[in-house]
Write a protein that binds this ligand. Structure first.
Ligand code: CTP
Ligand code: MG
Length: 230
């Protein structure tokens, strides 16, 4: 069952890819949409597999696409494919169940961040290996951020210097992420959110412009342009 990459690696990467991609508009599930002729998931998994610390990759596919995704990834890398759940968090829980206890570091990485370079997996994993229980890649916020109230009336300007935009892969000690999943019933937009709730410190490392999340149609255009220069 355990499809291994590097037997000496200490990292499992979970790739949630079971979303439908509503914001991208009508079409196939987002992870299967094409970017420069290949599905986003193929771009993503190829880059994960190129990170030397990675021992195993688990992908959560839409339930109806599990066999198709297995076949799609077969020539790309050894991957365990499971059926995803209704919410992203359910998909992560299903993948976590496939990670053996001996793997000490778990990274969770959106298939939608298809151009994330292998180096970012290594830097997040290195920070966890160095003793941090939970690590997230971040970028500074570039826009001015306003808080607004009813009627779109501005209430105030938020101090941008203390804000960060958060990406994936997010890295955790295996036991920390597993405990957060056992405890966490609330819904969170990222995995670190669950871990924060449990009181565990979460620390930041520098993110990457290439780790942008493909969410809306314009992001596909930007990603195609990035592929030509990166
Ligand atoms: N995801 C998942 N299972 C879900 C929902 C999301 O595995 N039930 C995955 C998506 O496939 C994606 C990642 O989580 O790789 C981040 O989610 P998002 O960018 O929101 O993707 P979608 O949910 O597919 O997009 P949308 O919210 O526009 O429908
Ligand atoms: Mg979503």
């Amino acid at each position: 069952m355990t499809a291994q990459l590097n037997a000496r690696g200490d990292v499992a990467v979970l790739v949630p890819a079971a979303g439908s991609g509503v914001r991208l508009g009508p079409g196939a599930p987002k992870a299967l949409r094409l970017l420069a002729g290949e599905p986003l998931l193929v771009h993503a998994v190829r880059r994960v597999a190129a990170a030397p610390s990675v021992r195993m990759i688990v992908v959560a596919a839409p339930a109806a696409e599990v066999d198709a995704v297995r076949a799609l990834l077969e020539p790309v890398a050894p991957v365990v494919v499971v059926a995803g759940g209704a919410e992203r968090q359910d998909s992560v829980a299903a993948m976590l169940a496939a990670v053996p206890a001996g793997v000490e570091i778990v990274l969770v990485h959106d298939a939608a961040r298809a151009l994330t370079p292998p180096e970012l997996f290594e830097s997040v994993a290195a920070a966890v290996r160095g003793g941090q229980p939970a690590v997230i890649p971040v970028l500074p916020v570039v826009d001015t951020i306003k808080e607004v109230g009813p009627g779109e009336v501005v209430l105030g300007t938020v101090d941008r210097s203390v804000l960060r935009s958060v990406q994936t892969p997010q890295g955790f000690r295996h036991d920390v992420l597993a405990a957060a999943h056992r405890a966490g019933l609330d819904s969170h937009t990222d995995d670190a959110g669950m871990v924060e709730k449990s009181g565990t410190p979460v620390t930041c490392v520098p993110g990457s412009d290439l780790a942008l999340k493909i969410t809306r149609p314009l992001d596909l255009v930007i990603a195609e342009a990035l592929l030509r220069v990166a």
